[in-house]
Design a protein around this ligand. Structure first.
Ligand code: G3I
Length: 396
């Protein structure tokens, strides 16, 4: 954001900078005002030549996550050989554009490369050493840059209801989850550590098992701070916002955050206007329920343009799941998100903005008198500036 000294210009520059395409205030800037993060997963097109990809991201959002670039096989393609380039590019892009960054993920049974093959010949001690080295290296490398880490991804088994019988569990034992969170916390004590999974968004069997899992961790003193609700939904499938609300609240009562981490609403192709209207309603209602719960601070879709989405590859005949169409035009779904954020702004103004660059500290002072803490007490200019200087000063 440029600071112009000529009379009249500062306001104009500010307006241009805070509005996304179409002159409408972007979801990202509405999120900043609301003290939350709204964003998307970034896939391979980020490193391609289509400038619309990065332009849309930085104009419309205030948080990103790597769709694949921070997975085990991408960061450690050979034992103890780390490749940071793509993930570093994302971290730099986030910092340059005042966006927060999620980390996805440290431990998963998929996208694990060589270790999934090597595991059979390794014992508990060796596997622990490999996992600790990966976590120490990766979390340490990005220390101070990651708002939320998905430490363990999809660690529960759908059929048995117990822990998924991954090669991590087979070689290390059930305590691999506790260890992973503990090592991640030591490597970056300020990063918020999440357990991330699918099909556990609302109340029900899987949600109950996730609740029991993280409650057990809390009871044992394991440093877990949040649960990621993936939210890969089919538009036609009914989902209960009321149930999601209840689940967010009971996890909040444990002292945990919840984040919507991988939202998409797939629909049959070609998507007609009725399907897109349903999709809009679903996007709006889900973001509204997140905004209504103080422990839900991050809301991310899994990609943002229908030009690049995992859905058509995994669900043939389905797609059109994201807020922007393949030509980067905002869909009704995006307008639904903007509407939910607009409705929320002003209801409960947030004290703590997202990550900021130094020139925004001045704005922090200016905004101070209008800001309120989470409890609704008036903020001060000094406090606002202090929070602008200290990134993500959320109590945990
Ligand atoms: O990049 C290679 C390319 O060089 C090669 O030609 C091509 C041939 O198959 O594969 C490409 O890699 C693929 C990669 O996506 C990038 O497109 C992998 O095969 C493919 O397995 C990988 O799929 C990803 C999947 O996770 C597995 O890591 C999807 O993009 C990604 O959207 C998906 O994300 C998961 C979350 O991490 C966890 N929750 C569910 C979500 C959706 O499945």
């Amino acid at each position: 954001m440029g600071i112009c000294k000529s009379a009249g210009l500062p306001v104009m520059v500010l307006v241009i900078a805070v509005t996304g395409i179409r002159g409408q205030e972007s979801a990202g800037n509405l999120a900043r005002k609301r003290g939350v993060y709204v964003g998307a997963a970034v896939g391979g097109a980020f490193w391609g030549s289509d400038v619309r990809y990065k332009d849309t991201l930085k104009k419309e959002y205030n948080i990103i996550v790597a769709e694949n670039a921070m997975k085990f096989d991408q960061l450690e393609p050979k034992r103890n050989l780390f490749t940071w380039k793509q993930a570093d590019d994302l971290a730099a892009f986030a910092a340059q554009n005042d966006m927060a960054l999620r980390g996805h993920n440290l431990v998963w049974h998929q996208a694990s490369g060589w270790i999934s093959q090597a595991a059979a010949g390794l014992d508990r001690i060796e596997m622990q050493g490999i996992l600790k080295n990966h976590i120490d290296s990766v979390v340490g490398h990005f220390q101070g840059k990651i708002l939320e880490w998905d430490v363990v991804n999809e660690g529960l088994d759908d059929a048995s209801g117990g822990l998924r019988d991954t090669f991590w569990r087979q070689r290390i034992g059930d305590d691999y989850l506790d260890s992973a969170f503990t090592w991640a916390h030591r490597a970056d004590p300020k990063a918020l550590l999440f357990y991330n999974d699918y099909s556990g968004e609302g109340m029900g069997g899987k949600a109950d098992r996730i609740y029991a899992l993280v409650k057990g961790m809390k009871d044992r003193g394991v440093p877990v701070q949040g649960v990621g609700l993936q939210c890969h939904f089919a538009s036609a499938k009914s989902f209960s916002v009321a149930d999601i609300d209840l689940n967010m609240k009971r996890l909040g009562a444990l002292g945990l955050r919840v984040s919507v981490t991988e939202l998409d609403f797939r629909t049959a192709l070609p998507a007609d206007s009725a399907a897109l209207a349903v999709q809009k309603d679903n996007y709006a209602r889900l973001l509204a329920v997140c905004l209504a719960n103080a422990n839900c601070k991050s809301f991310l879709t899994w990609g943002f343009t229908d030009a690049y989405s995992w859905v058509p590859d995994f669900f043939p005949g389905q797609g059109a799941a994201l807020p922007f169409d393949a030509e980067y035009k905002p869909k009704p779904a995006y307008q639904g998100m903007v509407q939910a954020l607009t409705d929320a702004v002003g209801i409960r103004p947030a004290l703590r903005p997202g990550p900021v660059r130094s020139q925004e500290v001045t704005l922090g002072f200016l905004r101070g008198s209008m800001e309120y803490s989470r409890e609704g007490t008036p903020g001060s200019g000094t406090r606002a500036a202090r929070n602008a200087l200290g990134k993500w000063m959320e109590p945990r």
